[in-house]
Structure formats: structure tokens, C-alpha cells
Design a protein around this ligand. Sequence first.
Ligand code: HXC
Length: 256
Amino acid sequence: MPHTLVVQAHQAVCLITLHRPQALNALTTELLGELAAELQRCADDPQVRAVVLTGSRKAFAAGADLNEMAERDLVGMLDDPRQAHWQQITRFPKPLIAAVNGYALGGGCELAMHADILIAGDDAQFGQPEINLGIMPGAGGTQRLLRAVGKSLAMQMVLSGEAIGARRALDAGLVSEITPPELTVERALQVAQRIAAKAPLAVRLAKEALLKAQDVDLASGLRFERHAFTLLAGTADRNEGIRAFQDKRPAEFLGR
Ligand code: HXC
């Protein structure tokens, strides 16, 4: 049983809630390890087709736990177990939706940016305040943020430490929707349920292809897309999807 997470099944969607209320969900090694393990369990469980990750109303996560960080010097950082946890979280192959309320700062903002889709409460704040501590982002906060919001705003956020609100994050493309805070998780679950009803292999390959667009040139990305598209032509779910359309009934996808 994880200590720092609450895990609930909502049919084919797993809702993972970060739960360290005493420290605004600051990310300890234990929390990152439990999250990585839980995501691995979701990846391995065919019943789970999408995951929603959330925090509390006050904070999605206020960054790396600074008390823990204070205890790690350079040598400690070199074999930091958190690196392996972050890498495992990065590799999660199913759709991951972040429902963000309150503070998403530092590692918290970086964790939210690991999600494929971000839905935010209108009081959410996204920021990379590491510069205030004499450090810089270390879990994607320079790379993913720049790809999400563009150079100028990413530079402003990372170099000045200034956070942005939900509306600005929406305009910049960091989040796809904003909601009243009390509806953020509900809306994220709704989107996740919708995705969970689709053909799992198509969802998985579409996610992979979309992520490729961020780090390969157009020709390679198009090649990958074409291969993935062709691969899906051999699946039972593709036949079912087309047959269901012709029969005017909802499709029942089995993940084959
Ligand atoms: C440890 C934290 C914490 C953190 C908050 N707390 N953030 N503990 N690590 N990152 C604790 C506080 O110490 C306090 O505990 C309790 O949570 C409530 O926080 P307050 O500060 O009292 O709340 P508030 O005044 O509302 O201010 C909220 C806040 C502020 C603006 C979010 O807490 C804050 O600035 N936190 C630090 C944010 C930050 O710098 N994050 C980046 C970390 S570096 P007590 O016991 O006093 O009640 C990072 C690098 C990632 O993330 C690298 C990845 C590889």
C-alpha cells in the first residue's frame, strides 16, 4: 500500500492522487518511487486504459521536497534514485492526464508536463522557481516547457522564477482546458473515460506518434506515423471499429 498516494479505480481509468498534504505534495524519493511503481502497475494491467494524476485543491505539487534535497550533495545527486523514478514515469505508455489545481511548481510543474493532457483549475499556478534557489529545472522543465509554451515565455518563467496562472497557461498551450477547481478532476476523468473506450492499440500508437513529433524531424515522424497506421490495419479492433460504423452500433474494442 502506498503511503504518499491514494489510488482509486474508476472503471478502466485509474485515478492517482498525490497525498502529502503536510508539504503541499512536495516530491520525495518515496513519493516518486511509489508513483513510478503505481504507473508500472497500471501499464501492466490490461484493465487500466488511462490514468488521471492529481494533487489537492491547494497544490498539485510544490516541487521537489526541499528538506530532502538539502541533505543531498553533489555525490548524492550522481546516484540519485529519483532519476530512475523520473525515467520510469517518462516511459508510461498509456494516456496520462494531469488534473492540476493550485501550485504546480518546480518538479510539480515538470511532473504535470509528463502528462499527455493537462486540465487545470482556474486557480492553478505553473512555475519553475528553481532559479530562486540557485539551481535550475532538472526533470524536463527547460525542455518540455519550451516545447509547450515557446521560447520567450519559457525563458521568462525559468530565468525569473515567475509563475503563470491557468488562463495564461491555456493561452500558451501548456494546458488544454481550464475548469472551476471543484470540477477539474471530474472533467479529467470524463476525458480519460472517453479515451479508455477507444481501441487501446490505436491509442497507444497515436500517443507514441504524437510524442515523436516533439523530437524527430518531420520526415522521420511521418515515417513513424505511416508504419503505425499500417500496423493497426492488422488489428481485430480496426475491423471491429469499421464494422460497428457500418452496423450503426457502438464499437467494442478488445485491445487486439
Ligand atoms: C518541502 C515544502 C515545499 C517543498 C512547501 N512545503 N513546499 N516542503 N519542499 N518544495 C511545506 C512548507 O515548508 C510548509 O511546511 C507547508 O508545505 C506549507 O507551505 P507554506 O509555505 O506554509 O504555504 P504557502 O505560504 O501557502 O506557500 C506555498 C508555496 C511555498 C508558495 C508553494 O510553500 C513555496 O514557495 N514552496 C517552495 C516551492 C519551490 O521552490 N519549489 C521548487 C523546489 S525545487 P510547514 O512544516 O512549515 O508547515 C524543484 C527541483 C525539481 O522542484 C528538480 C527535479 C529533478
